[in-house]
Design a protein around this ligand. Structure first.
Ligand SMILES: [Zn+2]
Length: 285
């Protein structure tokens, strides 16, 4: 079973937890840490000859084109994380289309290859923003990986399918969807394979969860992380301590967890896992 590995490439200050204290006009004045931290992840992946999908924020790609080319040179897939990291719930359809198109153009101009995958900031493809899948399909995207099939305070579609599938959009189009991984336990869906869950849970729990998805359910899982999750040196910003804890718990050990994961499981870029499962549309491949 080959799982999907994904990295959302953004600065630490792009995390939604800081949206109330750092406005996008102020981003340029903050210390950039994305190059060194992304290179740390690339190093871990390189040691295990593992390739992943990097969902890159357009704002970052515009300022760090060299980093994007380094990622590409490692054989990884470059995909789109939007331009300004705003949750789709705050955007009109036109604003969302413009944001995605701007990011995608930057990424395609930088890499010289077509970008076909999208992940929304803060998994903000939710019930009220399902129209965004139509916008993505119209723009030429082949897959989305933004739906978290759980109950959560910021995101989630609790009853959405848990595994890769072709999703019929509101206007009857189709797009491939790779939902974020969960385990199903006594009727509960537990998020297990990324971000804060990956950092917070002991490694053994993550391993158990992936095995359960792979062996019992015979499905691929998707693991995600951010460069700032392997960065113990990131500056503190003025937010509530509970939010700070949620943002930075275990950042010192995440790189080691990732290294163990990719030793014990097989991973590939999202596009390849979807194509292997027959979930990408044949017409466009
Ligand atoms: Zn993000």
């Amino acid at each position: 079973m080959i799982n999907a590995l994904s990295v959302d490439v953004e600065e630490y200050f792009h995390a939604e937890v800081f949206a109330g204290v750092v406005r996008s006009e102020g981003w340029s004045t903050l210390e950039s840490r994305v190059v060194a931290t992304t290179e740390r992840i690339l190093e871990v992946l390189g040691e295990a000859a593992t390739r992943a999908t990097f969902f890159v924020l357009g704002w970052v790609a515009e300022r760090q084109p060299g980093l994007i080319r380094t990622i590409q040179a490692g054989g990884h897939e470059i995909a789109c994380h939007g331009y300004r990291h705003q949750m789709i719930t705050r955007l009109s359809r036109e604003e969302f289309a413009a944001d995605v198109q701007r990011a995608r153009s930057i990424l395609e101009d930088t890499t010289g290859t077509r970008v076909v995958g999208y992940r929304a900031p803060t998994f903000s493809v939710v019930r009220e923003t399902l129209w965004s899948l139509d916008v993505l399909e119209e723009a030429g995207f082949e897959y989305d990986s933004s739906i978290y099939p759980i109950v959560h305070d910021r995101y989630g579609i609790p009853d959405a399918p848990r595994f890769p599938h072709r999703r019929v959009t509101e206007s009857g189009r189709e797009i491939a969807e790779f939902p974020l991984s969960t385990v199903s336990l006594n009727g509960w869906r537990l998020p297990v394979a990324g971000g804060g869950y990956l950092r917070l849970l002991p490694y053994g729990v993550t391993r158990w969860a992936l095995r359960r998805v792979n062996l019992r359910e015979q499905q691929p899982a998707i693991v995600y992380l951010h460069p700032w999750e392997v960065d113990p040196g990131q500056p503190r910003l003025p937010i509530r301590w509970r939010s700070q804890l949620r943002h930075s718990v275990n950042v010192a050990t995440t790189a080691q967890k990732l290294a163990r994961l990719i030793r014990e499981f097989r991973f590939a870029p999202v596009r390849e896992v979807l194509a292997g499962g027959g979930v990408l549309s044949g017409a466009r491949q």
